[in-house]
Design a protein around this ligand. Structure first.
Ligand code: GLP
Length: 245
């Protein structure tokens, strides 16, 4: 794994935005796997700035998102479709028909099959952006005794519900289930880029960057199996995680 330690979270966001822009410039019709949560927001802001400055062109870019809450329609302000539209897609020259966020409504099995079909369509993602939950979850593949290869519906853990409650009016409003890309879909991308900041992530990041252990109790550790995986953290988080590299 390539472990990049930057001076600040803003520098991490700039590093990842540059990586994505370089990829698009090299391969204008590249396929990006995208993530939601607080962490990618500054990365998307920088990409919007680059697009406005004429430094990157999204016209042919295709995207697939990692996950979506069950029970929220795409126009609900806490759905991940709404997040992607308002934090990136509405502000760059992407063709929204080329963007995919799984549906959280309707038949769960059909939605999961559709997500896997989108992951496979036209070949693997050139780059998969990832955040990480406080318990090490990636997308909504929760920490526990087993992980699933295919896309599926996941019951969210208390830790995840608590962490994501900050985006909702009250904790009871956070959906308790979500549709998520499975581990196989995530690991099928040609390049994985996980970005993290904040002391709450220190334990999860310690297991990821210190030592060679892989465990279902920290799904991010499966990145260690990938031949082209990047972890981008700021100095404060590296120190909190005890990373000495
Ligand atoms: C959610 C998302 C994950 C994300 C995680 C951390 O659970 N499903 O993809 O990585 O939150 O989010 P944040 O960046 O807000 O800490």
């Amino acid at each position: 794994m390539h472990i990049i330690v930057t001076e600040s979270y803003d520098a991490s966001a700039a590093f990842v935005a540059d990586m994505i822009a370089e990829l698009i410039n090299k391969k204008p019709d590249c396929k990006l796997g995208l993530a939601t949560g607080g962490t990618p927001v500054p990365i998307y802001k920088k990409l919007i700035g680059k697009n406005a400055a004429g430094e990157v062109d999204f016209a042919q870019v295709r995207t697939v998102n990692l996950d979506e809450y069950c029970g929220l329609a795409g126009d609900h302000d806490q759905s991940y479709r709404y997040f992607m539209d308002t934090n990136l897609f509405d502000h760059v020259n992407i063709n929204k028909a080329n963007t995919f966020v799984a549906s959280g409504l309707g038949d769960p099995a059909a939605n999961a099959a559709e997500l896997d079909a989108k992951v496979a369509e036209g070949g693997p993602c050139d780059l998969q952006l990832l955040g990480i939950g406080n318990n090490g979850h990636i997308a909504f593949n929760e920490a526990g005794d087993c992980l699933k290869a295919e896309s599926h519906i996941e019951t969210l853990t208390e830790s995840t519900i608590r962490a994501n409650a900050r985006f909702f009016e009250k904790e009871e409003d956070v959906p308790t289930t979500a549709i998520t890309m499975g581990m196989k879909g995530i690991l099928s991308a040609k390049c994985l880029v996980l970005v993290a900041t904040g002391a709450a992530k220190a334990d999860a990041i310690r297991q990821l960057v210190c030592g060679g252990e892989i465990t279902t109790h920290n799904p991010s550790t499966f990145m260690k199996l990938h031949p082209n995986a990047w972890v981008v953290i700021d100095r404060a988080l590296a120190d909190a995680a005890g990373y000495k590299g």
